[in-house]
Design a protein around this ligand. Structure first.
Ligand code: AMP
Length: 478
C-alpha cells in the first residue's frame, strides 16, 4: 500500500516524501482512510507505530478545506503530557508545511499570554494538555462551539494521570456533531467506557499488542542481592560504563529517585540530567533538547515524563528499578531499538522488585538474560524465565514443563532474597501499591469538576505556578 492510495492530497504526499516515509505503517493504513471519510476512529496502538501521523495527516487534510476564526478552534488534540503535546505539534508543523494552517500549543508551565495571543488570532488546531486547555476555557479565552475534530492521544496514560474527569468535560464541551479520533495503547475498562459514551460507531484499528517487545532490543537483567539505594546506583554506573553504551535513558519509578540518581550520576562525572513532572517546563524542554542534540548523554526519567517521547538513536535503556506496571517495561525499553536500530536494555532488579519482575516476565513471555556486573552481588549467569516468574507470582498457577537447571537455580535465587534481603526504608517509603496506579499518580490527582474560575491547581500546571489573568474579564465576554 502507498500513501497515495490512502486518499491524501498532493501537498501532504509531498510533505510525507520530504519526511522520508515510503509506505504507511499499519496504523496509518488502517486509520487514515476512515478518518478521511469522516468516521470516528478508535486506534489501539502504542508509541513507535507511527500513530501520530495517523491522526495528524487526515486532520490536516480535513482542515485544509476551511478557515480559522478567532478564539474558535476547529480542531483539538489532547495529549497527556507537555512533551507529548509538543511532539504532536512538531509533527503537525512538519506535515502541514506549505498549507496555511495555524496551530496553538496550550501546555502548562509556560506563560498564558503568548498562548492567548495566538488564540485571539484564530487557530485551526489546538494541541493541548487537559489542564491548560480547561484553564483557557474557564478564563473565557476560547469557545469550543467550532470544534469539528477531536483527537485524544494516549488515553490510557491520561487514565493513569487522573485526567479522565477532565477528558469527560472536554467531550461534553465540544459540539455533539464532531469527529473523534481516539488513541490508546491499551483498553482498560475506564477507557472502553469513554469510548462507548463519546464515540459514534468508531472504526477500530488495532496494530500490535502492548506486550510486544522489539526483536532489535537485547534485554539484560541485573539481579542484586541488596536493595540499598547506593548499591543500586553503583550497579547502575557499572552497567552504564559497559562497552557500547553511547547514550541512554534511565528510568526510575519514583520522582524522588529520578532526582537522586541524576545528582549521583553527575557527581560521578556522567553527563546526566533529570526529567519529571515536578521540574519547570523550561528546564524540561532544555534537557530534552540537549539530549536530542547529543550534548547530554543520559536522561534520567519518570515514566510519565518519558511516555511517548520520540527520541531516535538511544543506544541503551536502564531501569533503575522494575516498573510497577508491566506494560511500562515495554514502553520503557521501546525507547531503544527504534527505526531499525539495535539497542540494549538493562534492568536492575532487587528483592523489592520480585513481584513486578514476575509480572514483566509473564507479560513479555520472553526470557531476559542475566548480566553479571563487576563487583556486584548478582545471581548466577542464567536467564530469568518468563514461565518461572509467572509461577513465582502465583505459585499454583503454572509450572513449566521444560524445567532446566538454570531455570530452577534462578527460581531459588529469587525466593530467599524476597524473604530476607534488607530494604532501605527511605527508598520504599513512597512506593506505590501495585494496583493500576502508576508511580506518578500521586502528583497528578483527579480533579473534581471545577466551578471556581480563580483556582489554578490542576495537575499538569502544578509543576510551577503560572501567572494568569486574575479577575480580568476578556473584552469579548463583557
Ligand atoms: P509515533 O508512533 O507517531 O511516535 O512515530 C514513531 C516514529 O515513526 C517517528 O519518528 C515518526 O517520524 C516515524 N514514522 C511515522 N510514520 C512513518 C512511516 N510511514 N514510515 C517510517 N517512519 C515513520
Amino acid at each position: 500500500m502507498t500513501f497515495a492510495e490512502l486518499g491524501l492530497s498532493s501537498k501532504l504526499l509531498e510533505a510525507i516524501e520530504t519526511a522520508g516515509y515510503t509506505e504507511p505503517t499499519p496504523i496509518q493504513a488502517g486509520a487514515i482512510p476512515p478518518a478521511l471519510a469522516g468516521k470516528d476512529v478508535l486506534g489501539i496502538a502504542q508509541t513507535g507505530t507511527g500513530k501520530t501521523a495517523s491522526f495528524t495527516l487526515p486532520l490536516i487534510e480535513r482542515l485544509s478545506r476551511g478557515r480559522a476564526k478567532a478564539r474558535m478552534p476547529r480542531s483539538l488534540i489532547i495529549a497527556p503530557t507537555r512533551e507529548l503535546a509538543a511532539q504532536v505539534a512538531e509533527n503537525f508543523e512538519t506535515y502541514s508545511k506549505g498549507q496555511k494552517l495555524s496551530m496553538a500549543l496550550l501546555i502548562g508551565g509556560v506563560a498564558f499570554k503568548p498562548q492567548e495571543e495566538i488564540l485571539n488570532k484564530g487557530a485551526d488546531v489546538l494541541i493541548a494538555t487537559p489542564g491548560r486547555l480547561l484553564d483557557h476555557f474557564e478564563r473565557g479565552k476560547l469557545l469550543m462551539s467550532g470544534v469539528q475534530f477531536l483527537v485524544v492521544d494516549e488515553a490510557d496514560r491520561m487514565l493513569d494521570m487522573g485526567f479522565i474527569p477532565d477528558l469527560e468535560r472536554i467531550f461534553k464541551m465540544v459540539p455533539p456533531r464532531r469527529q473523534v479520533l481516539f488513541f490508546s495503547a491499551t483498553m482498560p475498562k475506564e477507557i472502553q467506557s469513554l469510548v462507548d459514551r463519546f464515540l459514534n460507531d468508531p472504526e477500530r484499528v488495532e496494530v500490535s499488542r502492548p506486550a510486544t517487545t522489539s526483536v532489535n532490543i537485547k534485554q539484560y537483567l541485573v539481579k542484586l542481592g541488596s536493595s540499598v539505594a547506593k548499591d543500586k546506583r553503583a550497579a547502575l554506573r557499572a552497567a552504564m560504563n559497559r562497552d557500547g553504551v553511547k547514550n541512554g535513558i534511565i528510568f526510575a519509578n519514583r520522582k524522588r529517585d529520578v532526582d537522586i540518581v541524576a545528582r549521583s550520576l553527575q557527581r560521578h562525572g556522567f553527563s546526566a540530567a533529570p526529567i519529571h513532572g515536578d521540574l519547570d517546563q523550561s528546564s524540561r524542554t532544555q534537557t530534552l533538547a540537549d539530549f536530542k542534540s547529543g550534548e547530554l548523554r543520559f536522561l534520567v526519567a519518570s515514566d510519565v515524563a518519558a511516555r511517548g517521547l520520540d527520541i531516535p538513536n538511544v543506544s541503551h535503556v536502564f531501569n533503575y528499578d522494575v516498573p510497577h506496571h508491566a506494560d511500562d517495561y515495554v514502553h520503557r525499553i521501546g525507547r531503544t531499538g527504534r527505526a531499525g536500530n539495535t539497542g540494549e536494555s538493562v534492568t536492575i532488579s532487587t528483592s523489592a522488585d520480585s513481584k513486578s519482575l514476575a509480572a514483566v516476565l509473564k507479560l513479555i513471555q520472553q526470557d531476559i538474560e542475566i548480566l553479571e556486573l563487576d563487583g556486584q552481588t548478582a545471581a548466577p549467569a542464567a536467564k530469568a524465565k518468563s514461565d518461572e516468574a509467572a509461577s513465582e507470582d502465583k505459585p499454583k498457577s503454572r509450572r513449566s514443563s521444560g524445567g532446566g537447571r538454570s531455570k530452577s537455580r534462578a527460581a531459588k535465587s529469587d525466593k530467599p532474597q524476597a524473604d530476607s534481603a534488607p530494604v532501605e526504608k527511605d527508598d520504599t517509603a513512597s512506593e506505590t501499591p501495585p494496583a493500576r496506579q502508576p508511580a506518578e499518580k500521586a502528583e497528578k490527582p483527579a480533579r473534581p469538576a471545577r466551578k471556581d474560575k480563580s483556582r489554578n491547581r490542576r495537575s499538569d500546571s502544578q509543576d510551577r505556578p503560572v501567572v494568569g489573568f486574575g479577575d480580568h474579564v476578556p473584552d469579548f465576554m463583557s
